[in-house]
Design a protein around this ligand. Structure first.
Ligand code: G6P
Length: 368
């Protein structure tokens, strides 16, 4: 991609709409018929990945949220325990490194100072090796890591990260499957996830087609000062990312909570002035989530729910529902990120902020 906005009003909107293409690009040449191609991680990757007993994953900002999603995947599909931490905390700890731990960094730029310092700190410890998942070939992180897997998002100009995040998630699913493959994941499960990944760009396209409906929802936020995002399981980090996007570009204070924690504090804040946004894919936590949403409605909260068309949620007093197409459980976090990106974009446009260059923020933080 070139650094021109083309037909789009902002780089952020252009980059949101590039996601079907750059996700497809990130998958290109990395999938076999029924399994991921482990050599995508480098010629020696298979031997190294076979030894991995756990993972320490370190990143900042949006990249950190991608790591939090990956923890659920790596545990569930590869049986590998994962610790995820922000780089500026990790590097100052007395980290205990169990045998055969892989150190993974995630970074769009490959130049974030704290993440790079964390890698250098890790290299002086007894890790099995390091892997960088990164969007800039030749960046410091890519050069200094044993293994690299490049996301192929192309240049991202908007400070609020969008396509870099979803391509990181795509790359992290490839990592999950590569590890699953060398750690005895059921072959049918691997084959069905590979099939699902092949269909992902088309699903993403369908969700982006909801843009006008999401723009319509955004008017309810323009005058608000606070918002609460809820999710469960791998959708808690999706909620964190949704809240971060809204904060970064619309300057509305937003928080994310795992929906089950609502009653341990944030429920006290709920009233008609604080919109509550929730993502409700059709997964094993759906019934639990629905009862959490009921708690919000019972307190006069205004709910905005992005839900699978099969979950039986519909517009009613105090609840607005936008339906997403069905998606395999594993890939739902990628799909449910999209409406949250579009929502914050439209809210920011309504508020007239500088969408691509929010105040006080930088695209790449190369100082500590
Ligand atoms: C800055 C950017 C964020 C980004 C974070 C980490 O804060 O504004 O969009 O997520 O840095 O950047 P990285 O390049 O390491 O992913």
């Amino acid at each position: 991609g070139s650094a021109s906005k083309g037909e789009y009003r902002h780089f952020m909107l252009k980059e949101i709409h590039e996601q079907p293409a750059v996700i497809a690009e990130t998958l290109e040449g990395r999938l076999g018929d029924r399994s991921v191609l482990v050599e995508s991680f480098g010629p020696d990757a298979e031997a190294l990945l076979a030894q991995v007993a756990q993972i320490h994953l370190v990143a900042c900002g949006t990249s950190y949220h991608a790591g939090l999603v990956a923890r659920y995947w790596l545990e569930r599909y590869a049986g590998i325990p994962v610790q995820v931490e922000v780089a500026s905390e990790y590097r100052y700890r007395r980290v205990v490194v169990p045998e055969n731990t892989l150190f993974v960094t995630l970074s769009q730029s490959g130049e974030t100072a704290d993440t790079l310092a964390a890698l250098r700190f890790a290299k002086a410890r007894n890790y099995l090796g390091s892997l960088a998942i990164c969007n800039v070939p030749g960046s410091s992180l890519a050069r200094e890591s044993d293994l690299t897997l490049m996301t192929r998002a192309g240049p991202e100009i908007g400070v609020a990260s969008t396509k870099a995040f979803t391509t990181q998630l795509t790359a992290l699913m490839l990592l999950t499957l590569a590890l699953g493959r060398v750690h005895g994941q059921d072959a049918e499960e691997q084959a069905s996830l590979v099939e699902a990944l092949r269909g992902l760009p088309a699903r993403v396209e369908r969700v982006l087609a909801l843009d006008a409906e999401i723009e319509d929802l955004s008017t309810a936020f323009a005058e608000k000062h606070h918002a609460l995002f809820l999710g469960r399981g791998a959708h808690f980090p999706v909620a964190l990312e949704g809240a971060l996007k809204l904060k970064e570009i619309s300057y509305i204070h937003a928080e994310a909570y795992p929906a089950g924690e609502l009653k341990h504090g944030p429920l006290a804040l709920v009233d008609s002035d604080m919109p509550v946004i929730s993502v409700a894919p059709n997964d094993e936590l759906l019934d639990k989530l629905k009862s959490n949403l009921q708690e919000v409605r019972a307190r006069g909260g205004e709910l905005f729910v992005f839900a699978d068309e099969g979950v039986g949620l519909a517009n009613d007093d105090g609840i607005r529902v936008l339906h997403l197409p069905p998606i395999e459980d594993a890939l739902a976090p990628i799909l449910y990120t999209l409406p949250l990106q579009l929502l914050s974009y439209h809210v920011a446009v309504l508020k007239g902020t500088d969408v691509d260059q929010p105040r006080n923020l930088a695209k790449s933080v190369t100082v500590e």
